[in-house]
Design a protein around this ligand. Structure first.
Ligand SMILES: Nc1ncnc2c1ncn2[C@@H]1O[C@H](COP(=O)(O)OP(=O)(O)OP(=O)(O)O)[C@@H](O)[C@H]1O
Length: 246
């Protein structure tokens, strides 16, 4: 279980995240939504300990920072240096470092695990390709592959669906479902609004503070949309059964 307790973040004295507390259960797929600049990436980075934050982040009752190998992180694509001279295989293999230790060269088991992850994200045929020579969707899959190779318990994914087509998105969702079934916890930051948000067990609506934390139907209300995005947003409600779409 992941417990975020009273976590807040300031960047050079400017408050990016008001104190918030959230619990995440094993086997839960949680979506993190909110407008640009709402603090979604900041929350993920605060959980990971990548930005200075107040409060506590516990994994199974102990500080997460002492159990970083339990967390797999898929950063936003824009945060990665795609010109770095490395291949798909090397990035995915890097996922095994957390368990074997960076000083130990990857043995047969690490290679087996990395290969299985490559197969899962359908990148075996591109394993020797430089990461800079991949399409946007392929790049997203490389870092998902790295996360899978790590065999972590907690997955933090920052906008994994950006730049992916419907087929890749379906594949990624199938991976998330399989991880959920194994009891893994997933927090996925997304810009999406609309019916795709129904796939989450729970949604967190953020705009500097936590505005809503509920099942998708409870979060995707007109009132919440206005609270997060302002009153002027154009909304369409395609049918009585479907949520609002921006
Ligand atoms: N390193 C930083 N130094 C100073 N301010 C920062 C830094 N990183 C983020 N911010 C600011 O903190 C706020 C939250 O940013 P953050 O990237 O977490 O938002 P976000 O919800 O992920 O946005 P987006 O949807 O655009 O990716 C923004 O106002 C941003 O300008």
């Amino acid at each position: 279980m992941l417990e975020v307790q009273n976590v807040s973040v300031n960047y050079r004295g400017v408050r990016a995240l008001e104190p918030l507390s959230i619990d995440f259960a094993a086997g839960e797929l949680v979506g993190l939504i909110g407008p640009n600049g709402a603090g979604k990436s900041t929350l993920i980075k605060a959980i990971l300990g990548l930005v200075p934050a107040s409060g506590r982040v516990l994994w199974n009752g102990l500080p997460l920072r002492r159990q970083r190998q339990r967390v797999a992180y898929v950063p936003q694509r824009s945060q990665i240096d795609w010109d770095y001279p490395t291949t798909v295989w090397n990035v995915v293999l890097m996922g095994t470092t957390a368990l074997r230790g960076w000083w130990r060269p990857p043995g047969r088991e690490a290679q087996r695990r990395a290969y299985a992850a490559l197969e899962r994200v359908d990148l075996v045929g591109l394993r020797d390709r430089a990461i800079g020579a991949l399409s946007g969707g392929q790049q997203q899959r490389v870092f998902l592959g790295r996360a899978l190779a790590q065999q972590a318990d907690l997955f933090l994914l920052d906008e994994p669906f950006t730049g992916v087509d419907r087929k890749t998105e379906a594949m990624m969702l199938a991976v998330f479902s399989a991880l959920k079934a194994q009891g893994k916890t997933l927090l996925v930051c997304s810009h999406e609004w609309g019916d795709r948000l129904q796939q989450y067990d729970r949604l967190l609506l953020l705009n500097q503070q936590l505005l809503a934390d509920d099942r998708p139907e409870g979060v995707m209300t007109l009132e919440n949309i206005h609270r997060a995005y302002g009153q002027n947003l154009q909304l369409v409600k395609p049918s009585a059964d479907l949520p609002f779409v921006c």
